[in-house]
Design a protein around this ligand. Structure first.
Ligand code: NAD
Length: 381
């Protein structure tokens, strides 16, 4: 089968969907792999490395015109005309972007969005949300440490003692857990909040403290359990109590990393302007939900904090607020290595060994969940 690997064209996207390591495996399975010249450069994968892996170097049309196109992000308007009707596309196609999916369907593509894979044990090896969120959590702490004008660890020196940084993590999914682990390795004191009660043990096992907001009604408890491991919007009664608890911790924090997301909805506002005002000068917020917030009066989108500006670092009320929207792209080589392995594992389901064409087994729950477009139609329910 002819497999194409285009260079990503979305601004700031440094990752690549196939690395020389995974290209070699696809070539060994008998496929022809065509990689656009320079596609892996930001991710430390040279054209020569792809050629050594048995891939061919081509141009954008050569890569996008393949029977199976492997991408990181959904094709841009400039890329779609170079793709073939009837071809298959695998990538992070954004299942909530109805308009984008309609464009893929209209182009006649069979599109698989890897973000839609269920959070099950069998799907773990192809779980792009986890592989990339893990990187986002790590990099968020790195950016915070870089912007914070003090040390993270407690230090006892001849010139006096330095206090450890107090880090508050809001939202403890994959990114939040990695943020806790990374901040802990740097010696910070950590407190964390999430709506899901199951995270308490996970936070404590990483050496953090859970900001407990007990549930007072069955409705609160049921909402907190969420669906399929994901959060659901919490009742206002609980959110008010959580906000009061979080406000106290944020006022004392040196660094806040917020990661709270609810799939398909605007990210909840957890850090209000009042809370930012209560923070010490020089404190840092890294808002991983940047660009996914409920929208501000001035048209900017915000994140878990309404003062966040997507893809910008701003200083408001003396607090540095970092709104990087694509943290994994800042760790391009490892983000690509993990993503490419996720893609390779997904391909085992739709391109079994010795198959010469992509198959769509409708009895496979992962395939069905990821299938977004087929035969000119949007399939996503
Ligand atoms: P996510 O990126 O969707 O959200 C990040 C976190 O924000 C979540 O923990 C969520 O509960 C939290 N959140 C939402 N609203 C909040 C609020 N108002 N206040 C505080 N926190 C709030 O999460 P994710 O990292 O994609 O993980 C989602 C779930 O999937 C988790 O339960 C995770 O353990 C699970 N998971 C399972 C597997 C698997 O079984 N294979 C793999 C990865 C993740």
């Amino acid at each position: 089968m002819l497999i194409g690997v285009p260079a990503e064209t979305l601004a700031g996207e440094t990752r690549v969907a196939v690395t020389p390591e995974t290209a070699k495996k696809l070539v060994a399975q008998g496929h022809v792999v065509r990689v656009q010249a320079g596609a892996g450069l930001h991710a430390s994968a040279t054209d020569a490395a792809y050629e050594a892996a048995g891939a061919q170097i081509t141009d954008a049309a050569g890569a996008l015109g393949a029977d199976l196109v492997l991408k990181v992000r959904s094709p841009q308007a400039s890329e779609l005309p170079l793709m073939k009707a009837g071809a298959t596309l695998v990538g992070m196609l954004n299942p909530f972007d109805a308009e984008g999916l309609r464009a893929l369907a209209a182009a006649g593509l069979t599109g698989f969005a890897l973000e839609a894979a269920p959070r099950t044990t069998r799907a773990q090896s192809m779980d792009v949300l986890s592989s990339q969120a893990n990187i986002a959590g790590y990099k968020a702490v790195m950016l915070a440490a870089n912007a914070y004008p003090r040390f993270f660890p407690m230090l006892m020196t001849a010139a006096g003692t330095v206090k450890a940084a107090r880090v508050v993590i809001l939202g403890v999914g994959v990114a939040g857990l990695q943020a806790i682990a990374t901040a802990k390795r740097l010696g910070a004191v950590i407190e964390a909040s999430d709506v899901r009660p199951s995270v308490k043990e996970q936070i404590e096992s990483l050496g953090g403290k859970f900001i407990d907001v007990p549930y007072e009604t069955p409705e609160e408890k049921e909402a907190a359990e969420g669906v399929g491991g994901y959060a659901k919007p919490m009742p206002p009664s609980w959110l008010q109590r959580q906000a009061a608890e979080v406000a106290k911790r944020v006022a004392m924090a040196d660094v806040v990393i917020s990661t709270a997301l609810i799939p398909g909805r605007a990210a909840p506002t957890l850090i209000t302007e009042e809370m930012v005002k209560s923070m010490k000068p020089g404190s840092v917020i890294v808002d991983i939900a940047a660009g996914k917030g409920p929208g501000n009066a001035d048209g900017s989108v915000g994140g878990n904090c309404p003062l966040t500006e997507a893809d910008r670092t701003v200083v408001k009320h003396g607090v540095t607020i970092i709104g990087e929207t694509n943290l994994p792209a800042l760790v391009a080589a490892d983000a690509s290595a993990l993503y490419a392995r996720n893609v390779l594992d997904f391909l085992k389901l739709v391109l079994p060994k010795d198959a010469s064409a992509v198959q769509v087994p409708m009895d496979d729950d992962i395939v069905v969940a990821c299938l977004m477009t087929q035969a000119g139609e949007v399939k996503r329910k």
